[in-house]
Design a protein around this ligand. Structure first.
Ligand SMILES: *Cc1c(COP(=O)(O)O)cnc(C)c1O
Length: 432
């Protein structure tokens, strides 16, 4: 390389790292990741394949914009608990609680005495206030974990009795009976797909089952010649009774009359009720076990409870969900059809779209028969990708050859952004 060779003029990687644009990237991203991108770009310049003035720009273009790649999206599907979109949208108080718990917190610590306390005691207290019929409660990672832990801790014989009508697949190919068996617990299957009677359970007990598990078939509906045994009748058999109600409705809701609730299930005699925190409860992902104190003590003491323990952010968000104002999940499910219509009329008038009726759903495998009557704006189907790739991304629902954007699960204060994003898509040359 002679003295005139322009490649000699290329700034060293060390100096490039002092460029203000790179310094700013290092505040957002891992230093070695940034350094690698810069070194690669400088390498291209040294080979003469890049102008040296473009090194920083190329390095930045190859780096992610932020350390987290999650895109916050507008849920225009009309499905309140959309599993692909992360189920429940958290309340403002839950979000504050998470931010507040990010650094050091008194998670297992009592400030006035300086003593260690049980983990997340205030979350458990909030749960017990919300579920006065339970003696004790415990929070684990998710609903499936709650059910498994209850089975492991309560069945001494490692044999549980389950009706064939309740052998549920919860999604993504995962089946609750397989999960239970994977822990070495045998299932005494009783009854048939459509009908199970109390005598079937008695037969299961005589086969060695020492714990009864009742699973709410939350994501499908069986109708016709069917029968199942209720919680109070099962409780009368005198064995530990675990009831997985799935959706976590704390008390009856007239909009979803077929959905079992925690209070009534405990009053009917369940030993332990298990459910998810991020379905109808509208909180962070977690699984809750609530019930009688003797059973709950066994559950707490079981080694698996440690493997399923929740983190401080979940504990904080769950407490705030329970103690805070009503959740987005509740508000979206109970959204008033008239105000959804008015919002749609305004969005349609601003964007040149049409207003059509839309039936939303609760989703997340909850209350498959519940119809949430509302409204949507309709666009030609070909706009789906453009809206998904927009800023902010809008996820709609394809139906009858149209792309429907239902405002039910979109906060009202986002309507202006929604309108901007739809208008931009409508003007995009690729779709006209
Ligand atoms: C959703 C559901 C589960 C699984 O709960 P996760 O929180 O998703 O692990 C288990 N049982 C029933 C009845 C459910 O509805």
């Amino acid at each position: 390389m002679d003295a005139e060779d322009p490649r000699r003029a290329i700034t060293s990687v060390g100096e490039l790292l002092l460029d203000p644009r790179i310094v700013s990237a290092i505040t957002r991203l891992d230093r070695s990741l940034v350094k690698k991108a810069v070194a690669e770009a400088a390498g291209l310049a040294r080979l003469g394949r890049l102008d040296s003035s473009q090194i920083v720009a190329l390095a930045l273009s190859r780096l992610p914009r932020a350390s987290s790649s999650f895109s916050s999206v507008l849920n225009g599907t009309g499905v309140v608990l959309h599993t692909n979109l992360g189920r429940a949208s958290l309340s403002a108080s839950a979000i504050d609680a998470i931010l507040n718990a990010t650094a050091y917190v008194d998670l297992e610590y009592k400030l006035d005495t300086g003593e260690r306390t049980p983990r997340a005691r205030n979350t458990v207290l909030a749960l017990l206030e919300a579920i006065p019929d339970a003696d004790d409660a415990l929070v684990v990672n998710n609903g499936a974990a709650a059910l498994l832990l209850a089975c492991c801790a309560l069945s001494r014989a490692k044999q549980v009795v389950i009706s064939r009508g309740e052998m549920v697949e919860i999604g993504a190919g995962f089946r609750l009976p397989d999960l239970i068996r994977s822990l070495g617990i045998e299932i005494c299957e009783v009854g048939t797909t459509n009908r199970t009677a109390i005598d079937d359970y008695r037969a299961g007990i005589s086969m060695g089952g020492d714990t009864i598990v009742k699973i709410h078939p939350s994501n499908f509906h069986l109708s016709g010649f069917t029968s199942a045994v209720g919680v109070s009748e099962l409780a009368a058999l005198g064995l530990p009774l675990i009831v997985d109600i799935g959706s976590g409705l704390l008390r009856p809701d007239r909009l979803i009359p077929d959905e079992p609730n925690v209070a009534d299930t405990l009053i009917a005699g369940a030993t332990v009720v298990t459910f998810s925190a991020d379905k109808l409860l509208g909180g962070p992902q977690a699984g809750i076990l609530a019930g009688r104190s003797d059973a709950m003590s066994k559950i707490r003491a079981h080694p698996l409870s440690r493997a399923m323990r929740i983190d401080k952010l979940t504990a904080a968000a769950l407490e705030a969900t329970l103690r805070g104002p009503s959740t987005p999940t509740y508000e979206y499910i109970h959204a008033d059809s008239e105000s959804l219509l008015r919002r749609c009329q305004y969005i349609a008038a601003s964007t040149g779209t049409d207003v059509v009726p839309s039936v939303g759903a609760i989703g997340g495998g909850s209350a498959p028969d519940a119809r949430l009557d509302g409204w949507a704006v309709a666009l030609p189907e070909r706009f789906a990708r453009l809206l998904r790739m927009g800023e902010p991304p809008i996820i709609g629902r394809l139906e009858r050859g149209y792309l429907l954007v239902d405002p039910r699960c979109i906060p009202v204060e986002k309507d202006a952004e929604l309108i901007d994003s739809i208008s931009r898509a409508m003007r995009d040359p690729s779709c006209t």
